[in-house]
Every structure is written in structure tokens, then in C-alpha cells.
Write a protein that binds this ligand. Structure first.
Ligand code: ADP
Ligand code: MG
Length: 357
């Protein structure tokens, strides 16, 4: 991790094996919270610089960034989720955001605020996750000249492409492992190759997951319709979080219950960059059976098979999720957000092109 807390120095591609690594036990837990194992991009700050945390109740905790960014993001969530909100556009927007459960602070340091959010990856057995920054500019209208230059230099093609793959992790069914890509990979992609980057996200080592692409396209279209209907907000440096079920044992419409943090923490794997990636999902297992690849012999396969017996039909769309995240640079406006819509449309046309190939 770099000094400014960004996940930047890791290799752009890492292969993770799903193994038990005991070092994780040594990491300090505060109020039962553990590092969130499915963070694919963003800052690594907050408690022990671990980045996003997972609360024992299954929600995630995002450390409030220094002003004005943190308070701005908090106010945005509060505005959208205000119980007295009557603004139809904001009420519709709620379905495209993680649920917001207010703020949280550790008992020991009550002034250190976190946003308490729905964990979008929670119901997935083997979530494949991509964070895509959307828009033609990553700097807001109030950014200094230096900030603008710095952002443009990071990815000069942002203006033309309208999105940037900030990070992803993709489950490989044959090796039962994840491949992780960081921002350097996304920034290496050009106009002609960005489609390959997207294809990589949907490739499970065997096939391209066309089913997931189709479902994700329809969710992105729904977000685009929201943008076409509103003129009150502009989003800069905001992301879409795309998630699909990577497990080969998935059943369309199957709902998985998540095994909470303790077993997740103890049976994770540690990548070379020191980020934690564990296998926290298991379906309807008793406490004693919760470990995955653990000493009680509960293998991933066992875990998934037991879960099959308890499946619930919940509809095809449950196999994917698309949510808007990261609102440190959202501002009131009086016109459509053309920059964000340009990015969404180009993302959609690249995804549609993959289906045509
Ligand atoms: N609600 C969520 N559910 C699941 N993962 C999330 C959620 N919010 C953020 N993340 C994970 O954390 C990362 C960083 O979140 P983000 O809000 O973009 O923070 P930052 O402001 O540091 O960029 C995302 O790339 C994603 O992997
Ligand atoms: Mg972010």
C-alpha cells in the first residue's frame, strides 16, 4: 500500500490460491470488525489501514474520508435515504445504491466515523467483482488545476472512453482460485482493448459468462434510464460495482446465506500485496460446519452441496448485481449528467459487442 492509502503498488495481476493463512489471525479486530475481503479498489485507510471493514452483522463499513469528501458522501447517502424524502427521482435512485444504515464508530474512538452500508457481494457464493469508474472526467468542477492535471494524467483516455476499470477479481472454476487485477491493468487498456478487459472479467477460465453479461446489461440500462430522467445531480469519480456469481455450482435463482465474519477471517488467503481474500460463503451450514477448507473437513464443494439442498427460487436476476458506489464528488446541478451517461453508453456498447462476437 502506498503512503497515501491507495491500493496502487500491488502487481497488476495476482493469482490467489484459496488456502488457510494463519497470519490473518494476527490482525487486530475492533468491535468484531474484520477487513472486508472483497474490496477490489479504493482507499486503504481507517482502522489499521485495512480499508473497507466488515461488521459482524454482515454490513460493510467505509471510513469517512477527510472533508470535504467524506462529509459530502455522507450527506448524499442521508439525502437519498431520508425517511421524509418525497423526491421521486431520489426514491427511485435508492434501488441503484447499496442500502445505507447510517454511520458507525468504534467504541474506543467514537469520533472516527464510518458509513455503514449494505455489502453488495453478500449473497454470492463466489462473487466476481469489478469496480468501474464512470464519466469522461474524474475531477469535479471545484478541483484545483493540479488535481485536474493529476487525474487526466492517470488515464488520459477517460475523456474518450468514459469509463475506467479500477479493479476486479474473477473466479476461475478450474483452479478454484481468484485472479485479481488492479488499477494498473485498467489504465493499460486503450480504446481498442478495453473490450478485452471487460471480457476478462467475464471469463471463468473456461467460458465467457454471456448469461451474466446479459443480466448486467439490463441493470446498467436501468441506471441509464434513471440518469436520462434526472437533471439535479452530477456524479464525478463515482463507480459502478458489477458482481456476478462465479461458482460453477451455481443454480439460477439460488439464494445463498452468508457465513459471517469469524469463519471468513480465519479461512482466508493472503495475497502477495498483503490484501486479504477469503472464501466467506457457505450456505445454510451449522456453526460447527462453517469452515471452508478447514480442519473439520468442510471443503468448498461440501459447502456448496449442502447449500443446494436449501435453495430458494428467487429469480434469474439474483445471479448478478450492479450498484452505484463512491459519492465523494456528487454535486447539485441543473442539467443532465452527460459525462456519466456517455460512460454508461460506451460501457453498454462494449458489453453488447462482446455478446455479438
Ligand atoms: N456497498 C459495497 N458492497 C461491496 N463492496 C463495496 C461496497 N462499497 C465499496 N465496496 C468495495 O470497496 C471498494 C472501495 O469503495 P469506494 O466507495 O469506491 O471507496 P473509495 O472512496 O476509497 O474509492 C470498492 O471498489 C468495492 O470493492
Ligand atoms: Mg472508489
Amino acid at each position: 500500500m502506498s503512503a497515501n492509502g491507495l491500493i496502487m503498488d500491488s502487481p497488476s495481476l495476482m493469482l490467489e490460491k484459496l488456502e488457510n493463512i494463519k497470519e490473518l489471525d494476527a490482525l487486530e479486530r475492533v468491535d468484531g470488525c474484520v477487513p472486508f475481503s472483497h474490496q477490489v479498489a479504493g482507499h486503504k485507510n481507517g482502522l489499521n489501514n485495512t480499508g473497507v471493514l466488515q461488521h459482524p452483522d454482515g454490513t460493510i463499513l467505509k471510513h469517512l474520508q477527510p472533508p470535504p469528501r467524506g462529509p459530502r458522501e455522507m450527506l448524499f447517502y442521508k439525502q437519498v435515504y431520508d425517511k421524509d424524502c418525497t423526491d421521486v427521482r431520489l426514491l427511485v435512485l435508492q434501488k441503484h445504491l447499496p442500502k445505507f444504515y447510517g454511520t458507525w464508530a468504534p467504541r474506543e474512538s467514537p469520533h472516527e466515523l464510518y458509513l455503514k452500508l449494505e455489502n453488495v457481494t453478500r449473497r454470492f457464493l463466489r462473487p466476481c467483482i469489478m469496480d468501474v469508474k464512470i464519466g469522461r472526467r474524474s475531477y469535479d468542477p471545484f478541483a484545483s488545476h493540479e488535481k485536474r492535471e493529476q487525474q487526466i494524467k492517470k488515464y488520459p483516455l477517460m475523456e474518450e472512453i468514459g469509463f475506467l476499470l479500477l479493479g476486479m477479481r474473477v473466479y476461475q472454476i478450474n483452479s478454484e482460485s481468484y485472479i485479481t487485477y488492479d488499477q494498473l491493468y485498467g489504465r493499460s487498456l486503450g480504446k481498442e482493448t478495453v473490450e478485452n478487459g471487460l471480457t476478462t472479467f467475464f471469463h471463468n477460465g473456461k467460458d465467457i459468462r454471456r448469461d451474466a453479461i446479459s443480466l448486467i446489461i439490463s441493470k446498467i440500462k436501468s441506471i441509464l434510464r434513471w440518469f436520462e430522467s434526472q437533471t439535479q445531480l452530477h456524479f464525478y469519480a463515482s463507480s459502478l460495482l458489477l458482481v456476478y456469481e462465479g461458482s460453477a455450482h451455481r443454480v439460477n435463482g439460488m439464494k445463498h446465506r452468508r457465513v459471517e465474519t469469524d469463519s471468513q477471517y480465519n479461512h482466508g488467503s493472503l495475497t502477495r500485496s498483503g490484501r486479504t481474500h477469503s472464501e466467506p460463503y457457505c450456505t445454510d451450514l451449522s456453526l460447527s460446519e462453517r469452515n471452508i477448507n478447514g480442519t473439520r473437513g468442510g471443503s468448498v464443494e461440501d459447502c456448496e452441496n449442502v447449500g443446494m439442498k436449501h435453495q430458494k427460487e428467487v429469480g434469474l436476476e439474483e445471479g448478478v448485481e450492479v450498484k452505484m458506489i463512491d459519492f465523494a464528488h456528487v454535486f447539485p446541478s441543473d442539467g443532465p449528467d452527460e459525462s456519466y451517461m456517455y460512460g454508461l453508453r460506451n460501457l453498454l456498447s462494449n458489453l453488447e459487442q462482446i455478446l455479438k462476437n
